[in-house]
Design a protein around this ligand. Structure first.
Ligand code: GDP
Ligand code: MG
Length: 335
């Protein structure tokens, strides 16, 4: 397996951060420096639950990556992870809406898939090699095929570590028989077998362009986690005496206005979780003064990190005993 993306990572934060407006976040530091020939793009992930999407993202992005948005019904562009390696950045996003065959394949759904695929440069459908191709997979394939003009689909047949050679071949044939792609890769997201070949294939599909996310601090963790940490710092700085460690921050969405190509403006939606109504009151402050101050400070930090203007949407929610909430802990990437 590859190095999980540290190659281009380097240390520096994105170049040119002083100038907030419209500054590009560039690769800056890595081995590709000087050539200027970076590539970057979005890969839309599709596949039934449990086929191994999260495991594959971990394999691609690096160990211990926090899964920030692992819910089926998240908004557009739910970012799973950002792989910055060498001169290429791949942003893995969910293709929601087709993970479960619970609705009929309506026009409306087809439209939604089309919309989701818009702006993606590759689609990756993951199959569970252990289970064979089933109705759920055919449903997803049909939705992809019906999405009109869309990026080329690649299929990963996962869990190949559980298959004999003959079973693997049979599974690859079933995958091709879905009729949506000839580019089929047997992999094991768990052991890493085949992941490099799949990665090379996806990298080749990424168009030339600057990195969309800072490669500096976050080549091994999703941007959202880093941004959440910056927001959290801004909160702690101002509420340290009142709310020592009772807060947690989740960045729910990072939306690039302008197609995600030029970093003009990022809309960041963050949730601050507290444990009681009184903590919420402290955080919001009299006439909202505290949360406003936190927002201004946090936004500056996010702008520095992203090298673009940021619209920060902060909300405060009460969740008692979040430490005992396994689902939330998962989303926060706490292991
Ligand atoms: P997701 O629902 O598609 O995100 O699937 P997960 O990544 O959560 O994986 C579902 C289950 O399959 C987990 O128990 C994983 O450990 C397991 N799994 C994922 N990839 C592999 C693989 O390549 N081989 C094997 N044997 N198990 C895997
Ligand atoms: Mg998952």
């Amino acid at each position: 397996m590859s190095d999980g993306g540290t190659g281009a990572g380097g240390t520096g934060s994105p170049a040119g951060t002083g100038d907030a407006a419209g500054t590009e976040v560039t690769a800056g530091t890595g081995g590709a420096a000087g050539t200027g020939a970076t590539r970057s793009g979005f890969v839309a992930l599709a596949g039934r639950p449990n086929v191994g999407k999260s495991t594959l993202v971990n394999a691609l992005v690096g160990e211990k990556v926090a899964i920030v948005s692992d819910r089926p019904q998240t908004t557009r562009r739910a970012i799973r992870g950002v792989r910055s390696a060498g001169s290429c950045q791949m942003v893995l996003v969910d293709l929601p809406g087709v993970q479960r065959p619970r609705d009929a394949l309506t026009e409306r759904m087809a439209g939604r898939v089309r919309q989701e695929l818009e702006g993606c440069d590759a689609a990756l459908m993951v199959l569970n090699g252990e289970q064979g191709v089933g109705p759920g997979d055919r449903f997803i394939a049909q939705a992809l095929a019906g999405a009109g003009e869309h990026p080329a689909v690649t299929i990963a047949v996962n869990k190949a570590d559980r298959l004999t050679r003959a079973e693997t071949i049979a599974m690859l044939e079933q995958a091709v028989a879905l009729g949506i792609s000839e580019d089929v890769f047997p992999i094991s997201a768990r052991t890493g077998t085949g992941v490099d070949a799949l990665t090379d294939h996806l990298v080749a599909a990424m168009p030339q362009g600057p990195f969309m996310f800072g490669a500096g601090a976050s080549s091994d963790q999703p941007q959202a986690v880093l941004l959440a940490e910056l927001v959290r710092e801004a909160v702690i700085k101002r509420t340290f005496h009142e709310l020592p460690h009772a807060i947690e921050v989740v960045v729910e969405e990072i939306e690039w206005i302008g197609g995600g190509r030029n970093n003009d403006l990022a809309r960041v939606r963050a949730l601050i979780w507290v444990e009681s109504e009184s903590q919420k009151g402290i955080l919001i402050g009299a006439r909202g003064r505290m949360i406003k101050a936190i927002g201004v400070a946090a936004r500056k930090e996010l702008e520095r990190e992203l090298g673009s203007q940021v619209h920060l949407d902060l909300s405060v929610r009460v969740r008692r005993d979040w430490r005992g909430d396994e689902g939330l802990l998962d989303r926060l990437g706490i292991t």
